[in-house]
Write a protein that binds this ligand. Sequence first.
Ligand code: SF4
Length: 315
Amino acid sequence: MDYLNLLKSCVLCPHKCKANRLAGEKGICKALSSVEISSAMPHHGEEPPISGSKGSGTIFFGRCNMNCIYCQNFQISQEFMENDFKKASIEELAEIMKGLQKLGCHNVNFVSPTIWIPQIIEAIKITRGAKEMTIPAVFNSGGYENPAAIKLLKGFIEIYMPDIRYGNNDNAYKYSGVKNYVENNRKSLIEMYSQVGGLETDKKGIATRGLMIRLLILPNNISNVKKSLDFIKNELSTDVYISIMAQYRPLHKAQCFPELSRKINYDEYSNIINYAEKLGFYKGAIQEFENSGPEEDLFIPDFNEKEVFRYKKNS
Ligand code: SF4
């Protein structure tokens, strides 16, 4: 199957624009057929099973199918110039993936991959067909997925790392401009779990396969994280690795929304951690709340800089 044909009537995400991207038609994300890449590098700021000691081979794609008013990657997801990205063919994407493996990275980590699923599959086919990429492929997304598109990834992706941003569709629409987030997100996560199961690691604790879910806590219970934890326990399993994130910062347009114009507080964070423990989750990462202070801002990217993350510059 030539997966690029899916671009002739694009329904890769729940927006289902049906744009013919091969013929130059643009849907909501405005992506066409050439992959657009902002940067590719070993990244040491992901969760320990993903970054390990040698880094996660991270490919930051341009554009996104979500429009989050607080996006920490807004420079490459929303506010960019058309020529800010490297336009890559499938073969060039495959070369970048092989290069990250040569650098010793533990995996190839596709960030904001949803709108580029066909191109990613074709590049994986090249690298795996020639046995030139043996490390796992990571699908690292905001979680606004079409479950039918996730089905296509079976056998190509070893590690899924989606967000659950919201447990409430009204908030998803208000703050990220997406409709029916909750149903599409949950059905897609069920499909992901059916493909790869709970997170598996090697003897060194490096992820080899499985599902890792990120839960970003937004102020004032806007993300309804408890509802999402209930879903994971009831519809998936407590063997899923959960990453509960305290790092929210009111970036991009968030200062225009008073309810999102501050960091989260200790009570908001500990309340979620206690609830997750009560439900029986036992695999995961939590950020020490003290560490969500200024030093944690070192992990907020700046895509206008040559070195995207400051933690790297200071090391
Ligand atoms: S990826 Fe989603 S937003 Fe982009 S054209 Fe396809 S359906 Fe529309």
